[in-house]
Design a protein around this ligand. Structure first.
Ligand SMILES: Cc1ncc(COP(=O)(O)O)c(C=O)c1O
Length: 471
């Protein structure tokens, strides 16, 4: 493709993107295709000859688009969002154009230095202590894996990295029963063993019971185990429950474990002073993750990982083979040594564009707007006799179910709500997902999409009520 053809093709794409973003609501939010509906339309073999842009782009529109779920639709209330925004999208275009692989300072000094700077901004924006250092990872799962491997090395005095497991280690990792599955995955990958992940019961607000945590640690120590790591969740996936960090931190000095905080979604709320109470006890925390790619309007993927002792991280991951040696190794941040992958995308650019384009005040304003929309919805649902709220509203996730007065059987209610959810999602008008709380099938509505407005939430609620009467 020569320059002229590139310009023609990119003009077509820019026009399409602009149109897409302004009309995204016209698409079914959740893709309506059946399994392998896309696969079957694709040729069995790769083309042997070059194809022209028009042909490829036509296929994108006709074959690929129907199989897309529209995460950028303001009617997307499912999971946690993977938000985009125009500034982030523009930065991603530049990142793709540069195509830089930013593993070491020398492979793109701007990428390393911008990352160093925006992570300082971000740390200060969310009120983390000044002795925390940040690095961008792809996802919270990777950040948590990095944390658990670092904990393993820190507590074993870097022995496992060197000698491997001897077979005599008896380590335990603790998190609540509501904590995200990425912790269990990390425990498996780090070789700790799933049986050594102890899931601590939660209180009526789905937050970890610190008393039960201490009991479990004490009993494990008596049996010869060493507490390796505790993961505190600030904003669980099911309900945004907030574990009592201050109480958990107080146990750290007594039992000497690594303390990791998973604030993947709710970390963004720390932009607001009224949410800073969540991080009381942060001085004792060893590592902390939150995802700007969830609620901070930055394209997936972008996970902000902060550590108190950056040397522990480097001692765990740093490897400098001959072919990667550079003259700046002793002075510069080589972020490939701050985590698992060697190759790294230039993710700091989109974060820089987002923070500058919104301004910190602009970000706070949007987050507060989402919180208000969630509160309004929560109040409406609370007042409706045919619906039941199933978890306290901590931020922007409303957990509820349909419970008409004449039905009390739990199985029937579970089936009814599952059916309601599928009917809503099959309509293509909104998309929401579920969890189970105390055995109850729970509908979750997450009010966090970049462009969601009061109108979207009201329409969603009306639709939920309408369909609940029809099923
Ligand atoms: C609380 C929590 N932690 C971790 C994750 C994993 O996030 P990622 O997709 O960035 O790995 C999620 C995903 O939704 C989450 O809700």
């Amino acid at each position: 493709m020569d320059n002229r053809k590139f310009e023609e093709a990119s003009n077509v794409i820019i026009k399409w993107v602009s149109e897409y973003l302004s009309t995204v609501e016209k698409y079914p939010v959740k893709s309506q295709v059946k399994h392998h509906g896309i696969f079957k339309q694709l040729p069995d073999n790769a083309p042997s000859q070059p194809e022209d842009f028009k042909h490829i782009f036509d296929d994108f529109q006709n074959i690929i688009m129907p199989g897309i779920t529209h995460w950028q639709s303001p009617n997307f209330f499912a999971y946690f969002p993977a938000n985009s925004s125009v500034p982030s999208l523009l930065a991603e275009m530049l990142t793709s154009a540069l195509g830089a692989q930013c593993m070491k300072w020398e492979t793109s000094p701007s990428a390393a230095e911008l990352e160093e700077k925006v992570m300082i901004w971000l740390r200060d924006m969310i009120g983390l202590p000044k002795d925390f250092t940040g690095v961008i990872q792809d996802t919270a799962s990777t950040s948590t894996l990095a944390s658990i491997i670092t904990a393993r090395e820190y507590i074993s005095e870097y022995k496992i990295n060197k000698e491997g497991f001897s077979g005599n280690e008896k380590y335990r990792v603790y998190c609540s029963t509501e904590t995200h599955s990425s912790v269990e995955k990390a425990v498996k990958i780090a070789g700790i063993g799933r049986d050594n992940l102890v899931k601590i019961p939660v209180d009526e607000n789905f937050a970890m019971l610190t008393g039960k945590l201490e009991e479990a640690i004490k009993s494990d120590i008596e049996k010869g185990y060493k507490p390796l790591c505790v993961v505190a969740a600030l904003g669980t996936t099911g309900t945004t429950a907030i574990d009592p960090l201050k109480e958990i931190s107080a146990l750290k000095n007594k039992y000497n474990f690594w303390l990791h905080v998973d604030a993947a979604h709710l970390g963004t709320a720390l932009l607001l002073p009224e949410y800073r109470w969540m991080i009381e006890g942060i001085e004792e925390v060893d590592s902390f993750v939150f995802n700007p790619h969830k609620w901070m309007f930055t394209n997936f993927d972008c996970s902000a990982y902060f550590v108190k002792d950056k040397n522990a991280l480097l001692n765990t991951f740093e490897i400098i083979p001959e072919y990667l040696k550079t003259r700046s190794d002793n002075v510069a941040n080589n972020y490939c040594d701050w985590g698992i992958p060697l190759g790294r995308r230039f993710r700091a650019l989109k974060l820089w564009f987002v923070i500058r384009s919104f301004g910190v005040e602009g970000l706070k304003q949007k987050v507060r707007y989402h919180l208000k929309l969630a509160k309004d919805l929560y109040e409406k649902i609370s007042l409706d006799n045919d619906f039941e709220i199933l978890a306290p509203l901590n931020a922007n996730v409303v957990c509820f179910r349909y419970k008409p007065g004449n039905i009390n059987d739990e199985n029937t209610l579970n089936k009814l709500n599952e059916n309601l959810m599928h009917t809503l999602n099959n309509s293509g008008k909104i998309y929401l997902t579920h969890t189970k709380l105390n055995g109850k099938f729970t509908l979750r509505m997450v009010i966090a999409q970049t462009n969601v407005e009061e109108r979207n939430v009201n329409e969603a609620w009306n639709l939920i009520k309408q369909y609940s009467e029809e099923i």
